[in-house]
Design a protein around this ligand. Structure first.
Ligand SMILES: [Fe+2]
Ligand SMILES: [Fe+2]
Length: 448
């Protein structure tokens, strides 16, 4: 079998790294993003797909000229283009003019990965499959899985099939997974979407089941812990693997939320946030963590927590530019007064953009900087007058700040160190408790 070849046009290093597991299996021909280089590329290379960066304003040609040339040269080949900003990102126009799909990276990275992996698998007639290790939570014998599962044998560097899509795992095979050193199962990249949907469905089924409240809470805690375990295990967690786990969690949360509601609002919010670059990953992380914490401790409505997490800081974009780019700890008192308006600005912005959110979401956003001791803002609420749901967003917010420091001079903490730090902060000044103590204890206990 010949190694499939692909043509990359002006693809950035960070994107190549993002798709490393795909590119390591294939022969790559790389050219720079200009029309002359494309003209000159040999037809002999016959790639199985083409991935191109998008020309920007300083290039003297447009996406449409690029697609025209590619189509003249490569006719029917699958051809994908990616953007890193929203500028020129016009999915329909580009898809009608020669590109098979258009991606906005890094946020569409999983979709692109699944798409390329499926082409490779078809092209190689199944001999090239790209796997990701995943964690099957709360798996029951007889559960039908809509994806293939495999185990990886590190000694032989081989994958062995455990079950085919549409089959269920029987007790024996589940025991095999649990008893061997295989803590994880391998799923092919093009079936990751089905895996996310399955996990979301499992969580939902436990939440809605008729079992006793204690059993339900135990099983939910276990499931959340399973999902996030590697995040909180310092020995295994590297920054990269941590990011992958967060991506998985966010895909699961998205699937969980969208199972019950229509997806319009989610995509609308993503679009609004997508324009604000930096804030997006923080917003996405807070949303994911708030939902998982909420499910794990049995507090709050997941959809409300997800939306509040996504939108809590959106008002920051209304603040003067210098304030947006300064950390609160480094602000002078005037700047800080301005900054503290952001929860209210977020709510106003949501109203003005006509994003329909419930009163509960508005409340969570308004209260995300209130502190249990009463020293928070904007309304200096204290104790139980701050809702537990709001405190979940507050804790998720602080947790993401600690693990993803915005300022390069501040070191990001590993998730388990961040949990410790949260506990330290809580009791730094005993009369000034920051978070709802019961709730914080329960969240920390989820991972201990
Ligand atoms: Fe905030
Ligand atoms: Fe925040």
């Amino acid at each position: 079998m010949i190694k499939p070849s692909v043509l990359l046009i002006g693809v950035d290093e960070d994107i190549k790294q993002l798709l490393e597991n795909i590119f390591s299996k294939i022969t790559i021909t790389e050219i720079s993003l200009d029309l002359q280089s494309i003209q000159n590329v040999s037809r002999e290379i016959s790639p199985c797909f083409i991935l191109t960066n998008s020309p920007n304003t300083i290039d003297s040609f447009s996406c449409l000229e690029l697609s025209k040339l590619l189509r003249e040269k490569f006719d029917q080949l699958p051809c994908f283009i990616y953007f890193k900003t929203k500028e020129g990102f016009q999915t329909n126009l580009l898809e009608n003019n020669g590109f098979n799909e258009v991606f906005l990276l890094p946020s569409d990275h999983l979709q692109l990965q699944a798409c390329l992996s499926s082409i490779l698998s078809t092209f190689s007639q199944g001999t090239i499959s790209l796997y990701r290790s995943v964690k099957l939570i709360d798996i029951l014998p007889g559960d039908t899985l809509n994806f293939d599962t495999s185990l990886y044998l590190p000694k032989n560097k081989k994958y062995i099939k455990l079950s085919n899509s549409g089959e269920s795992l029987d007790l024996e095979r589940i025991e095999r997974v649990k008893n061997h050193d295989f803590s994880t199962i391998q799923v092919t990249l093009n079936q990751l979407g089905e895996f996310y949907a399955y996990t979301a469905d499992r969580l939902k089924k436990i939440s809605n089941s008729d079992i006793s409240a204690t059993e339900k809470s135990d099983r939910l805690k276990l499931a959340i812990r399973d999902l996030m375990r590697n995040l909180f295990n310092d020995q295994d967690a590297t920054e990269e693997s941590g990011k992958e786990i967060m991506k998985d969690c966010s895909a699961i949360v998205k699937s969980y939320i969208l199972q019950e509601s229509n997806s319009d609002w989610y995509h609308k919010i993503e679009q609004v946030l997508g324009q604000n670059g930096d804030h997006y990953s923080h917003a996405g992380n807070v949303s994911t963590l708030a939902v998982l914490f909420g499910i794990g401790v049995g507090v709050g409505n997941s959809e409300d927590l997800a939306i509040a997490g996504l939108l809590h800081d959106i008002g920051i974009t209304e603040l003067p530019f210098n304030i947006q780019n300064t950390l609160p700890e480094k602000m002078n008192s005037d700047e800080l007064t301005e900054y503290k308006k952001h929860p209210e600005l977020s709510v106003n912005l949501i109203k003005s953009r006509k994003i329909l959110v419930s009163d509960q979401v508005t409340k969570l956003i308004l209260e995300h900087h209130e502190l249990f001791c009463g020293d928070g803002y904007p309304h200096q609420l204290a104790g139980n007058s701050i809702s537990k749901e709001s405190q979940i967003v507050t804790i998720a917010d602080r947790f993401d700040e600690l693990t993803n420091a915005r300022d390069p001079s501040i070191k990001s903490l590993s998730p388990s160190k961040a949990l410790k730090k949260l506990m330290e902060e809580q009791y730094e000044v005993p009369s000034k408790i920051k978070y709802n103590p019961e709730l914080l204890k329960e969240i920390v206990a989820l991972f201990s």
